[in-house]
Design a binder for this molecule. Structure first.
Ligand SMILES: [Zn+2]
Length: 142
């Protein structure tokens, strides 16, 4: 499932970009040749961000169709089926791919927050507790 590793990469990028701010929406531009399944990507994003500071953020995906330039007739065409890479005019397979291979984080929407209030920050709840640790070697507390 390559969507999972894609989501880890996106999370790394977003984590570096956001600083201490909260993230609302992550905008992606994904070319059709990337063969990304959007529902799978969304699902993996939830998996990757659960229990992180990015939990609750959403992916907004802009799909980029495949655009080809034919080396035989010079036509520039879009293909609807990424598995059929051929000129839309003459059918020649001798084409140059101009678009469709993108995978970009184009922008990040940050959650609007009130100006920092020290009292409020001090009262912030502690981070969510991780699940109980599996049996860990150590002295018994009995
Ligand atoms: Zn052609």
């Amino acid at each position: 499932m390559h969507e999972l590793s894609l989501c880890r990469s996106i999370a790394d990028i977003v984590e570096r970009a956001r600083g201490a701010r909260s993230v609302d929406v992550v905008h992606l531009r994904i070319g059709q040749l990337r063969q990304v399944v959007p529902p799978t990507l969304t699902y993996c994003w939830e998996l990757v961000t659960t229990d992180t500071d990015l939990a609750g953020s959403r992916l907004q995906i802009e799909h980029i169709p495949v655009r080809l330039t034919c080396l035989d007739c010079a036509a520039s065409t879009e293909v609807s089926d990424a598995l059929l890479i051929a000129c839309g005019e003459c059918g020649s397979p001798r084409v140059r791919v101009d678009a469709g291979e993108e995978f970009l984080v184009t922008s990040i929407d940050l959650t609007r927050q009130a100006p920092a209030d020290p009292a409020h920050v001090a009262a912030a709840p502690p981070p969510a507790q991780p699940p109980a640790h599996p049996t860990r070697p150590g002295p018994r507390s009995t």
